[in-house]
Design a binder for this molecule. Structure first.
Ligand code: TA6
Length: 288
């Protein structure tokens, strides 16, 4: 069985690797390599469409966070909408790919009307699993309008699973500038001089224009999980730690030990898409 679909989700398999994608949010909720789960999904996550799935790889679109002057919910409407199943787009000995579509028709009306460009965007998510132990997720955003352009700050909000977040060693940010959302913008941009980032308290950082490969070691699941990006400029690093964990109803108080978010996105300088233009951003998760 290379792939299967029911009313809620699609499962793709290739060799000893597999992934699962919920049509709600086109949220990848599982990526397994030789039976080992690479992604984290909270034990309290909702998968009934009542709210965004807490875990896996939520798709953040059209904007990251909250936008001043906009009533769009935090992280936009893509993760709170039921996407269309397009179909299996590629299958060979090495990989299998499937596509999911989002446009105005998929967006709950109450959310769609909060963004002035809902009628002129089209988003296709392509999810590919490789028997080599790799998962690709590509967002392709197109402006199907003939007149206005629109800005987006897209991001893939990837939750990686680990045994103990305080054991992690995360490389790829050294001497990068970042915005520390815990210190608010009053502090401005800092520089991470460390060769590796560690998790020993709440972390909520937007690393700006970083390199394309972030390596997460000591996950307790695989030796190294690498998150690579193409088309995205920034990476958000997040762990809620103790107090923030308690504040999330769909997240167990102790689950901050079992996860870290490494989130490729373009969140500092919006991408502007002109009529008939498109943009693609890709995340690759590879394990060794
Ligand atoms: O990506 C980090 C972040 O923006 C954090 O500030 C935290 O809010 C997290 O996303 C989860 O946001 P959510 O809306 O899914 O609860």
């Amino acid at each position: 069985m290379a792939w299967s679909k029911d009313e809620k989700k699609v499962v793709l398999e290739k060799g000893e690797c597999s992934c699962e994608v919920h049509l709600y949010g086109a949220t990848v909720t599982s990526f397994k390599v030789k039976g080992k789960e690479i992604l984290f999904v909270s034990s309290k996550a909702k998968t009934d469409g009542s709210k965004a799935i807490r875990g896996g790889v939520p798709v953040v679109f059209p904007q990251f966070g909250k936008v001043a002057g906009s009533e769009l919910p935090q992280h936009g409407f893509a993760r709170n909408s039921t996407w269309s199943w397009i179909g299996v787009s590629k299958e060979n000995d090495e990989e299998i790919s499937a596509q999911f579509g989002l446009s105005a028709a998929n967006i709950p009306e109450a959310l769609g009307k909060l963004w002035p460009h809902t009628a002129i965007f089209n988003l296709v998510l392509t999810v590919s699993v490789y028997k080599s132990g790799k998962l690709d997720i590509a967002m392709q955003v197109k402006n199907i309008g003939k007149a206005g352009e629109f800005p987006i700050t897209p991001l893939l909000h990837t939750y990686l699973r680990c045994s103990k977040s305080s054991d992690l060693s995360i490389s790829g940010f050294s001497s990068c500038q970042y915005l520390d959302k815990l210190l608010h913008e009053s502090v401005g941009v800092l520089t991470d001089a460390n060769s590796t980032a560690k998790i020993a308290s709440e972390v909520d950082r937007v690393y700006i224009r970083v390199g394309n490969d972030i390596a997460v070691k000591n996950t307790g699941v695989m030796d190294t999980v690498t998150v690579s990006k193409n088309g995205f400029s920034d990476v958000v690093l997040w762990n809620p730690w103790i107090e923030k964990s308690k504040s999330m109803a769909d997240f167990d108080d102790e689950e901050y030990h079992q996860m870290v978010c490494v989130e490729p996105g373009t969140v500092i300088d919006p991408i502007v898409i002109k009529p008939d233009q498109s943009w693609t951003g890709t995340q690759t998760i590879a394990v060794t």
